[in-house]
Write a protein that binds this ligand. Sequence first.
Ligand SMILES: O=C(O)CCc1c2[nH]c(c1CC(=O)O)Cc1[nH]c(c(CC(=O)O)c1CCC(=O)O)Cc1[nH]c(c(CC(=O)O)c1CCC(=O)O)Cc1[nH]c(c(CCC(=O)O)c1CC(=O)O)C2
Length: 370
Amino acid sequence: MHPSSATPDPSLLAPDHPLADGRVADAPLLAALRGEQPAHRPVWFMRQAGRSLPEYREARRGTTMLESCLTPELATEITLQPVRRYGVDAAIFFSDIVVPMRLAGVGVDIAPGVGPVFERPIRTMDDVEALPQLGEPGDRGAFDTALDVIRETVRLTTAQLGETPLIGFAGAPFTLAAYMVDGRPSRDHLGARRLMLAAPDVWAALSAWTSRAAGLFLRAQVLAGASAVQLFDSWAGSLAASDYEESCLPFSAAALYAVADLPVPRIHFAAHGSHLLAPMAQAGATVMGVDYRLPLDAASRLLGGAYPLQGNVDPARLDAPADVLASHVLDVLARGAEAPGHVVNLGHGVPPETDPDQLQRVVDLVHERG
Ligand SMILES: O=C(O)CCc1c2[nH]c(c1CC(=O)O)Cc1[nH]c(c(CC(=O)O)c1CCC(=O)O)Cc1[nH]c(c(CC(=O)O)c1CCC(=O)O)Cc1[nH]c(c(CCC(=O)O)c1CC(=O)O)C2
């Protein structure tokens, strides 16, 4: 089993990093992620920067998704939009889980209304061995050079964020590998799960590659200025716990280990993953994200009260009448108070058709009552 933690060393951060120069020292988000009780419960939303915002749709006019992720000034503006509009307690880096693969030279694009689509699905050991080399942490090879555009966006964003922390993120090895095997979004990831069981050596080699890509992508974001990270194992929920522990956990642990020596909280989240919460907590995260299917007090008990939690407003209630939404948010706050620390989020990403005014109501209620 891969080691999952190391001793964080603040000296690894540049003096002008928001954590080093004190800019984010009093941020409620970081206090809650450390398991403390800040003056108010912090809140942010997965996919807060995106299609639900008119200003996003305006800013994206005439550009493809990946162009917008790889144009520093545009990605910075999009990351800042929800912080300005809602007053949320965190920015999440506007990017996508396939960006590191694109930067590595893998043929992938994001088709609107579909999601990631790969030119060549990965099915054999030859396919894996033909993937671009990524190098080791600290190597100045082609991939590390390609990550400079990410570093530039993080720097531009944190220069404008002031006291609001930036969360860097990556897709987890299983979710990335599932896209690469299936070649496009899939509901049950049967192609990936079949390969995992039929050719475990190919699956392990691919997962080692996606784990390295995710880990280097996270590390680049933190060293450039991100003050926390989130590893999205969006689709691990399609796995049985035994398959997850056997074929995925070691690779998620390796991805998180890539930033374990840096003094930043590490959030780990899987949609539909309540049955995996305990094994996922062994991957080396310091905070667990919970989707909307498992109440936070039950999640905290399941984890022995050992982890601050993030979540878990049900996205479906964002369309409900204001009083129904309010009572649901108050219930999430009450249950979240059972955990050592609580960051309010949705139980999955903001649905594109969400009314921004409803998200504003959630932020105001959490800041008032949280
Ligand atoms: O059409 C557009 O404008 C691009 C849509 C968009 C993408 N990534 C995006 C956005 C902005 C937004 O969500 O509105 C932007 C995006 N992708 C992601 C995040 C991180 C987060 O959720 O806060 C974000 C938001 C970043 C931010 O708020 O700053 C990461 C991501 N991309 C992806 C996944 C895995 C997944 O959801 O399948 C995940 C993990 C997040 C999750 O589990 O919800 C893959 C992906 N990327 C994308 C899509 C959507 C394709 C579509 O429905 O048009 C999809 C597939 C899907 O969502 O079903 C493209």
